[in-house]
Ligand binder design. Structure first.
Ligand code: SF4
Length: 604
C-alpha cells in the first residue's frame, strides 16, 4: 500500500484505541504518527476534529445525551438531571472512579424516540428519569450493557397503497442483480437518468448524470461510496432503511459499481449508528457467500465488487462529499474547494461516486418495478416517493413514505400535527415554514422560483410568489406548535452551526459566531431593528461566500424565520431610542476621569 492508501485505516486505529482505553493518549499519537509516517501535529489535528475521540478518559460508560430541539421539548432537562444524580458528576465531566462520562451531543438520528442517549454507542430511547435510574443502577451492579438495550424501533407509520410503494414492501434478496446479466452498464445509466432519480440526501444532483461522468472516466480504479453519515438534525430515514432493507442498499451499490466500472464500495457509517455495523457486516458476509459480492459476480466476467464499512467519528460536515472523502483518507473532515469533483478525482485521487442511502436503495426498486410504473408515481419533475422523518408536536412521529406531490396540509393531517405553527423543513440546513406555506406541495416542481430574492419589506408578496413553488425535501420534518419558543429554537440551530463549522473559511466560522451573539442579544431584549437588519445582511454574506454547503445553508432557518415570523422577533426588540446605540469611548473616558477627580477631591 502507498502512504495515502495506508492512511485510510487511521480512523479505525483511533477507534480501536478509543473503545479499548476510552481515550487517545499523547503516547498513542506519537506511536501512530510514527507508524503511519505522518507528523504528530497532523494526527493531533485529526483526533481533535471529531467529537467522539477523547484526549482524556471518557468513562467506562461514555454517555452522550442528545440535546437537539426535539429532545428539548420532551424530557431533556429531567433526564439530564437524573444522569447527573446517578453518575455523581455534571455533564462535560467524568466521575472520579472513571465509571461514567457525561457528554451532550447533537441529533443522534432518534428524533422520533426522544429523549434519547447513546451509552457506549448503544441506543437508549424514550428516556425518563425513572428509566435512567434503572439503567444506571444496573450498570453499577455489573449488568452487561447489551442486556439493557436493543435496536431502536423503526416506527414506519405510513406507506402508500400497494403498487405505489417504492421502498417499504418486502424484497427478495438478489432479485435486482439478475438484471445485470441482461443490461449493459450504459443501459443501466440510461434507466437511472430516465427515472430522474436525484440525490435524496438533500442535494438533488441527478444520479444518472453523476454515474455517467464517472463511467466516462477511464481510470484503472473507481469507487462507490455510500454516504450513510445521516447527520442532518431531525433525519433518521437512512437508519430505518439500513435496518429494515439493508439488501436494497448493498444491491444499489453493486449496481452502481457495475454501471460506473468500480470494484470497491464503501459505506461511510456515522458513529451514532455504530449499533447497525454488526448487522450490515453480517449481510455483507452473507452476500459474499452467495456470490453477490466478490469475483465474477453472478458469473459476469470481470465484474468484481467488494463492500466495506468505514466508521465516522462525529462531524456533521462529513455529510459533505469532499469532507467525507477526506475523512475516509484519515484526514480532518474538511470540505475542499471544488477544483475537482469526486467523479474526476475522489477517494485516493480516483473517480468516485458518492450517493446517499435512500438514493442507492431506490435503484434496485426502479429496476424491479420498471421505468414506466416508477414514472407513474409522484410528479413529473420528481417521480416516485420520498421518505420523510417526522418528529416534534404530532401524534405520530416516525417514518412516512409519501408520493411526491402531496400537499403540506395533507401531510400535516397524516402525521396528526398538533396545532402546527412552524415547521423546520429539511433540518437545520432547510427552511422555516409557516401556515402561509401549508398549501404548497412536497415536490421538486417549479423550483426556478426558489431563486426569488427574499423581500423582507414585503413578506406577503413573497409568500404569494412562493405559493406555487414545490418543497423539495431531504427528509427531515420537525413540526412545532405556537407555544414553542421559536427564538430559542433558532438559537439552538445557531449554536449547532457554530459548533459544527469546520472553521476553514472566515465567513462561516466568524459569521456564524457573530450571528449567534446577535440572536442572544435579541433573546436578552437588548437588540433593536438595526440588529435585525445586520442579521439579514450577515446571513446573506455567509450564504454567498462560504466554501461548502454547511456555510451556504447555515442561515436558511434564521432568514426564513425573520421573514415569516416577524412578530416573534419584534416582540423582543427595544425601541431604538431606548438603546445606547454607539459606545462613545471618548465620552466614557471623560466620565471616568470626572468620577476619579471627584473621588480625589472628596477623599484626598
Ligand atoms: Fe468549513 Fe464552514 Fe467553510 Fe464549509 S463553509 S468549509 S464548514 S468553514
Amino acid at each position: 500500500l502507498n502512504n495515502s492508501a495506508c492512511k485510510t485505516s487511521i480512523m479505525n486505529v483511533l477507534w480501536d484505541i478509543q473503545k479499548k482505553r476510552r481515550f487517545i493518549s499523547s503516547d498513542d499519537v506519537a506511536r501512530i504518527s510514527k507508524e503511519f509516517n505522518i507528523s504528530q501535529t497532523e494526527l493531533d489535528g485529526v483526533v481533535s476534529f471529531y467529537h467522539f475521540y477523547h484526549r482524556k478518559h471518557s468513562g467506562k460508560y461514555t454517555i452522550y445525551l442528545n440535546n437537539s430541539i426535539v429532545s428539548g421539548i420532551k424530557d431533556f432537562d429531567s433526564v439530564k438531571k437524573a444522569f447527573e444524580e446517578e453518575a455523581g458528576v455534571s455533564f462535560g465531566n467524568v466521575s472520579q472512579d472513571k465509571m461514567f462520562g457525561l457528554f451532550e451531543t447533537s441529533c443522534i438520528g432518534l428524533s422520533d424516540q426522544e429523549t434519547s442517549a447513546l451509552i457506549n454507542f448503544r441506543a437508549f430511547t424514550n428516556l425518563t428519569p425513572e428509566k435512567v435510574k434503572n439503567i444506571m443502577t444496573s450498570l453499577k451492579n455489573g449488568a452487561h450493557i447489551d442486556s439493557l438495550t436493543q435496536l431502536p424501533q423503526d416506527n414506519i407509520r405510513y406507506t402508500p397503497e400497494t403498487g405505489k410503494t417504492v421502498f417499504f414492501n418486502p424484497y427478495a434478496e438478489g432479485s435486482s442483480l439478475n438484471f445485470l446479466k441482461k443490461m449493459s452498464p450504459g443501459n443501466i445509466i440510461e434507466l437511472v437518468k430516465n427515472s430522474k432519480l436525484s440525490g435524496r440526501g438533500g442535494a438533488f444532483f441527478p444520479t444518472g448524470l453523476k454515474w455517467q461522468l464517472c463511467k466516462n472516466n477511464e481510470a484503472d480504479q473507481k469507487y462507490v461510496i455510500c454516504n450513510a453519515d445521516e447527520g442532518e438534525p431531525g433525519t433518521f430515514k437512512d437508519r430505518v432503511l439500513m435496518n429494515t432493507h439493508p439488501q436494497l442498499l448493498l444491491e444499489g451499490m453493486i449496481i452502481a459499481g457495475y454501471a460506473v466500472g468500480a470494484s470497491v464500495g464503501i459505506i461511510y457509517l456515522r458513529a451514532e449508528y455504530f449499533y447497525l455495523k454488526e448487522k450490515l457486516e453480517k449481510i455483507i458476509e452473507d452476500y459474499n457467500q452467495k456470490g453477490f459480492l466478490g469475483k465474477n459476480i453472478l458469473g459476469i466476467e470481470d465484474f468484481n465488487f467488494y463492500i466495506y464499512i468505514h466508521m465516522g467519528a462525529g462531524a456533521y460536515v462529513c455529510g459533505e462529499e469532499t469532507a467525507l472523502i477526506n475523512s475516509m483518507e484519515g484526514k480532518r473532515g474538511e470540505p475542499t474547494t471544488k477544483e475537482f469533483f469526486p467523479v474526476e478525482k475522489g477517494f485516493l485521487g480516483k473517480p468516485t461516486i458518492v450517493n446517499n442511502v435512500e438514493t442507492l436503495c431506490a435503484v434496485p426498486r426502479i429496476m424491479e418495478m420498471g421505468l414506466e410504473k416508477y414514472l407513474s408515481i409522484g410528479t413529473k419533475v420528481t417521480p416516485g416517493t420520498k421518505i420523510m422523518s417526522v418528529s416534534g408536536d404530532c401524534k405520530k412521529p416516525g417514518i412516512y413514505e409519501i408520493e411526491w406531490g402531496m400537499k403540506l396540509k395533507d401531510f400535516l393531517d397524516l402525521i396528526e400535527a398538533e396545532n402546527p405553527y412552524f415547521i423546520l423543513y429539511n433540518g437545520f440546513a432547510g427552511e422555516c415554514l409557516s401556515p402561509a406555506d401549508f398549501e404548497r406541495e412536497i415536490s421538486g416542481e417549479n423550483l426556478l422560483a426558489e431563486h426569488i430574492q427574499f423581500n423582507f419589506d414585503d413578506p406577503i408578496e413573497y409568500a404569494q410568489k412562493m405559493s406555487a413553488v414545490g418543497l423539495r425535501s431531504g427528509g427531515s420534518f420537525m413540526v412545532f406548535k405556537k407555544e414553542r419558543d421559536l427564538l430559542s429554537i433558532i438559537k439552538n440551530i445557531s449554536d449547532f452551526f457554530v459548533a459544527e463549522s469546520c472553521g476553514i473559511c472566515v465567513p462561516c466560522r466568524t459569521g456564524n459566531y457573530l450571528l449567534n451573539r446577535q440572536i442572544n442579544k435579541i433573546l436578552l431584549h437588548h437588540a433593536d431593528k438595526n440588529d435585525l437588519k445586520q442579521i439579514q445582511q450577515w446571513s446573506n454574506i455567509i450564504k454567498q461566500t462560504s466554501r461548502c454547503g454547511l456555510g451556504k445553508t447555515s442561515t436558511n432557518c434564521l432568514l426564513t424565520a425573520v421573514l415569516k415570523f416577524p412578530d416573534e422577533f419584534n416582540k423582543c426588540l427595544q425601541a431604538e431610542s431606548d438603546i445606547n446605540k454607539a459606545f462613545n469611548l471618548e465620552k466614557a473616558v471623560q466620565d471616568y476621569n470626572e468620577i476619579i477627580n471627584e473621588i480625589e477631591t472628596t477623599y484626598g
